[in-house]
Design a protein. Structure first.
Ligand SMILES: Cc1ncc(C[n+]2csc(CCOP(=O)(O)OP(=O)(O)O)c2C)c(N)n1
Ligand SMILES: [Mg+2]
Lengths: 326, 338
């Protein structure tokens, strides 16, 4: 059968499974958060899956990513264990960070996931470090830093773009532009109309893509990642996308236009757009996707049950791991 | 006339009254209005905690939403303060000071001294502080000792709504840079607050509870916790005096010395990490100036030397609790802790 896509059938199903897993994870968190069982700040990635997965489909464990406060999707796309993530969000001893980090600080360095981050723009300098290490250690790993339209205004991001450019680092700056920083519009807060122009100011290539279109992200990411791997230096990739929920769980979202969320769900759902394309092309069948859906639902259910049943950290953990040795 | 007001509303009222009194007072920060440039409601947020909600309608032109660029807008507030404005800049969480610290400690704090007394920098930097929100390591710190360490900065950390209003008004009228730290777990607590404007001078501790056996010196969230511990101890026959420092720089040590001279016992309670903390600072000052009055060793009840953990099980152990404070007092009374 003719496959018009840049991924194999298996690749398409893997991408679907990852996006579906993120969606299910976030939708369940949305529901569970409302029960009051989950503490702290939780920022959901629902609606933005195509960007994270479209990029991460090109990466291996020795490729590093530096994530944001909205990090669950990046974690899942990079292969962090979903059960460990859920347990972390519930503050349990079995969590990815032993319950010490929570939603905003999930990390798994063995998978090249350098951490979600509570500080906007903090990932950009760190990923320059990942790029520098790859260069000096002589491997072909790349570093990807994600930041929102809001965080794109942090000095750290701009300093890092310059640093990456002058050192020709294998680093990609990914702007996840969902139009809002909390309640504030990108139109107000970002001076230039174009992130591509901003990239040009630092002498690096920039691409803007529709981040709700998995294939657009996948292709653009493939190009900039290949260039970085081959020693061609840094690039910027802007993904224009949609955040389905509020800034954090509990946000009343009065800054949105009436009907905005409903319209987004109807017309700009990246998962619907993706399935529409692959089904229409006849490369996969509805039944195959349904199987994945039910496997993913089981996985998330298991993760949730496991997280709820897991033990809390013991008191002794309060002062462990402050240092390696002291 | 007094009525009860939450700490949050006391801040709102202080800003409202000062902006009304003085058009050079401008308030700026991230989403302090909210919805700027967005299609929906204006005044959509009023700050991350809703503290500045409604002010834009009363003082259009005096509130400015900023991009997420702390270095630039905190610095701009500082620069504007040297050029005729009285900015009140909000840093959503004090933990974000790392992003803009140069503007605070190398610029604002040093202008007056470095320029031979020629500069005035009447800026207020408001920020939320403290643990107990399950907000983890980068959104829960106190950091009071870091600012207090720096000559040229004034540091305020109130424990109740009444003090908050008076100290914020003083901060805005003060001609030095002020770091104004608001404990997020105090935001909804109410006290009597007069409607009229009033300023509380810096460097005057308040005696939150009078007692004769032991002196607790503390500030912020640890004031209500120390008062709670004092009630428990009262039932054991221990009469505790609780001193609320209110401002950490300048610091009112005279009130501390007087109290210790009477009680002979000192417990320093600080939610910050213990090394080089407000607790250790007060303990050192008493050791230097009132050693002769001490009947026994000074006790410190603080957070551990560790970042703030996320898990509720650990965070509850991290924050000094009324129980741990009571234990600290018992220790100075020469009793075994329970
Ligand atoms: C240095 C710093 N400043 C402010 C914040 C508070 N904050 C957290 S997320 C956020 C909005 C981020 O917007 P954007 O970068 O567009 O990412 P999005 O939430 O839209 O994914 C803000 C202001 C922070 N965490 N760190
Ligand atoms: Mg955004």
């Amino acid at each position: 059968m003719n496959n018009p896509f840049p991924l194999s059938r298996e690749g398409l199903l893997t991408a679907y499974r990852r996006m579906r897993t993120i969606r299910e994870f976030e939708e369940r968190l949305h529901v569970e958060f409302a029960t009051g069982d989950i503490a702290g700040f939780v920022h959901l990635y629902a609606g933005e899956e195509a960007a994270g997965v479209g990029i991460m489909m090109h990466l291996e464990d020795h490729d590093r990513i530096a994530s944001t406060h909205r990090g669950h999707g990046h974690c899942i796309a990079k292969g962090v264990d979903v059960k460990a993530m859920m347990a972390e969000i519930y503050g349990k001893a079995t969590g990815a960070c032993a319950g010490k980090g929570g939603s905003m600080h999930i990390a798994d360095l063995s998978r090249g996931m350098m951490g979600a981050n509570g500080i906007l723009g903090a990932g950009a300098p760190l990923i320059c470090g990942a790029g520098l290490a790859a260069q000096k250690l002589g491997h072909d790993g790349v570093g990807i830093t994600f930041f929102g339209d809001g965080a794109s205004n942090q000095g750290t991001v701009l300093e890092s773009m310059n640093l990456a450019a002058i050192w020709n680092l294998p680093v990609i700056f990914v702007v996840e532009n969902n139009g809002y920083a909390e309640s504030t519009s990108v139109d107000y807060a970002v001076a230039s109309d174009s992130y591509v122009d901003r990239a040009a100011g630092f002498g690096m290539p920039g691409i803007t893509v529709d981040g709700t279109d998995f294939f657009a992200v996948y292709e653009a990411a493939g190009e900039v990642i290949r260039r970085a791997r081959e020693g061609g230096g840094p690039s910027l990739l802007e993904c224009k996308m949609i955040r389905f929920y509020g800034h954090f769980e509990g946000d009343a979202q009065t800054y949105r236009a009436p009907g905005e969320n409903e319209a987004n769900r109807q017309h700009r759902d990246c998962l619907k757009i993706f399935t529409g394309k692959i089904l229409e092309a006849g490369v996969v069948e509805t039944g195959e996707l349904a199987v994945i859906d039910s496997e993913v639902a089981d996985l998330i259910e298991d993760a949730l049950e496991g997280a709820k049943a897991a033990p809390l950290p013991s008191a002794a953990e309060l002062t462990t791991d402050v240092y390696v040795t002291y | 006339m007094a009525r009860t007001l939450s700490m949050k509303d006391a801040i709102n009222e202080a800003l409202d009254q000062e902006m009304g009194r003085d058009p050079t007072v401008v308030v700026l920060g991230e989403d302090i209005v909210g919805g700027t440039g967005s299609p929906g409601e204006d005044d959509a947020w009023g700050g991350a905690m809703g503290v500045t909600k409604g002010l834009i309608h009363k003082h259009p032109g005096q509130l400015i939403d900023t991009p997420l660029s702390e270095s630039a807008y905190i610095g701009a507030a500082i620069g504007a303060a040297t050029c005729g404005l009285r900015p009140v800049a909000e840093l959503m969480f004090v933990d974000f000071m790392g992003v803009c610290l140069d503007q605070i400690f190398n610029q604002a704090a040093k202008f007056r001294y470095m320029f031979g007394g020629k500069a005035e920098t009447p800026v207020v930097i408001r920020a939320t502080c403290g643990a107990g929100f399950r907000a983890a390591a980068q959104h829960s710190q106190m950091l009071t000792p870091i600012f207090t360490h720096i000559p040229g900065l004034k540091v305020v950390c109130p424990s109740n709504a009444y003090d908050t209003k008076g100290l914020l008004i003083q901060s805005i009228r003060d001609n030095d840079p002020v770091i104004f730290l608001e404990h997020k777990n105090l935001y909804d607590r109410e006290t009597d607050v007069p409607e009229e404007s009033y300023a509380i001078p810096f460097g005057e501790a308040s005696i939150a509870r009078e007692g004769t056996d032991v002196t607790i010196v503390t500030y912020g969230m640890m004031v209500p916790y120390s008062l709670e511990a004092s009630e428990t101890l009262k039932r054991e026959g221990i009469d505790v005096e609780v001193i609320d420092l209110r401002t950490l720089s300048p610091i009112d040590l005279d009130t501390v010395f007087e109290s210790v001279e009477m009680t002979g016992r000192l417990v320093c309670v600080d939610e910050a990490n213990p090394r080089c903390s407000i607790a250790s600072d007060v303990a050192a000052a008493v050791a230097q100036e009132a050693f002769g009055s001490l009947k026994g060793p000074v006790a410190m009840v603080t957070a551990p030397h560790a970042p703030v953990p996320f898990s509720s099980a650990l965070e509850d152990l991290y924050i000094p609790s009324p129980e741990r404070i009571a234990d600290g007092v018992r220790q100075t009374m020469g009793e075994r802790s329970s």
